[in-house]
Design a protein around this ligand. Structure first.
Ligand SMILES: C[S@@+](CC[C@H](N)C(=O)[O-])C[C@H]1O[C@@H](n2cnc3c(N)ncnc32)[C@H](O)[C@@H]1O
Length: 307
């Protein structure tokens, strides 16, 4: 296990259960966001997300779920994701250990998922849980959205005396629509299950305050810690894969080098093409063919000869 970071943001390169046990104090965390492997065969940098059988996956998950509850402060909140097929087990397991306040659906319109012989999945479930249902952080105003009836349609409630316009703001319901992270988006990182910044913004704004500590035991591309940093929260991130640790070190501005390697964001294919094109233009500008072409004596085909 290796530790990186500063007094605000800690990155642990290691296995989640081991790191939670030895590196995170009990009852010390305000908010935990858990986005574990889903046991559906995703490829995390050569490491297959697939257990021998379902009960092995569930036993493993129950171990870190129990640990996470132990690490939460008495007024802390926990959000957990998994695949649609395993969420009912998580839900049943958690019910008598913590208060499940909302069963959220993160919905996305994905043209990539085009099942032909069954109904393709367009959502991922999230459980929102709190340790004490009478004492937890929920910043409703920081996450409120327009209420269509009041804000757009400006409808009036005539049952009130005197009649009043409906509220124009409301706490979002339990179906959240955010686009998945696409290759062309600025926030894109090279990780197969990167979660959108917008999703984490809503969770962190609602369920923590500036200065609070947010824990993510399966950090992946470090979206949670990145958003926590933007919102002046502290963070603890755990991740098994070295390549993803490098993303975290760069994304959180903790290091610009790792084992002698410069940590820079990979160029997108179209950015590389653009650079190649610009270099070609520069090359041509500095060489004979360009001058010839300017004087209309030559064409592009006439490249300089090797001497
Ligand atoms: C679903 S992804 C998390 C994606 C992340 N929320 C994001 O926005 O990029 C799960 C991550 O858990 C890591 N992982 C898998 N098994 C682990 C373990 N036992 N301990 C720590 N990390 C693990 C994988 O390498 C993968 O990056």
């Amino acid at each position: 296990m290796q530790l990186f970071g500063n007094k605000y943001h800690k990155i642990i390169h290691g296995e989640a259960i081991e790191a939670l046990t030895s590196e995170v104090k009990d009852a010390s965390i305000d908010l935990i966001f858990i986005d574990p492997p889903y046991n559906i065969g995703k490829n995390f940098n050569g490491h297959k997300d697939r257990w021998e059988n379902d009960s092995d996956y569930l036993d493993w998950s129950y171990t870190w779920l129990k640990l996470c509850i132990k690490k939460l402060k008495p007024n802390g909140s926990l959000y957990v994701m998994t695949s649609t097929q395993f969420m009912p087990y998580f839900d049943l397991f958690l019910r008598d250990k913590i208060n499940v306040l909302s069963r959220l659906v993160w919905y996305y319109d994905s043209s990539g998922v085009q099942a032909k012989n069954y109904y393709g999945s367009l959502y991922e479930p999230i459980l929102f849980c709190v340790k004490d249902k009478n004492n937890y952080t929920f910043n409703a105003d920081d996450v409120s959205v327009d209420a269509r009836t009041g804000a757009e349609r400006k409808l009036i409630d005539y049952r009130k005396n005197p009649p009043q316009i409906y509220n124009s703001k409301k706490v979002p319901g339990n179906v959240w629509e955010f686009p998945r992270v696409r290759y062309r988006m600025d926030e894109y990182e090279n990780h197969p299950t990167q979660k959108p910044i917008a999703l984490l913004e809503r969770i962190i704004k609602a369920s923590s305050n500036p200065g609070d500590t947010v824990l993510d035991p399966f950090s992946g591309s470090f979206t949670t810690a990145f958003v926590a940093q933007q919102l002046q929260r502290k963070s603890i991130s755990i991740e098994l894969q070295e390549d993803y640790i490098k993303i975290g070190l760069r994304r959180l501005n903790i290091a610009d080098e790792y084992k002698g390697e410069k940590l820079v964001k990979e160029l997108k294919t179209y950015e590389e093409l653009k650079i190649n094109k610009e270099q070609l233009i520069l090359f041509e500008k500095n060489d004979e063919p360009y001058l010839h072409r300017k004087n209309k004596k030559s064409t592009r085909k006439k490249l300089p000869q090797a001497k």
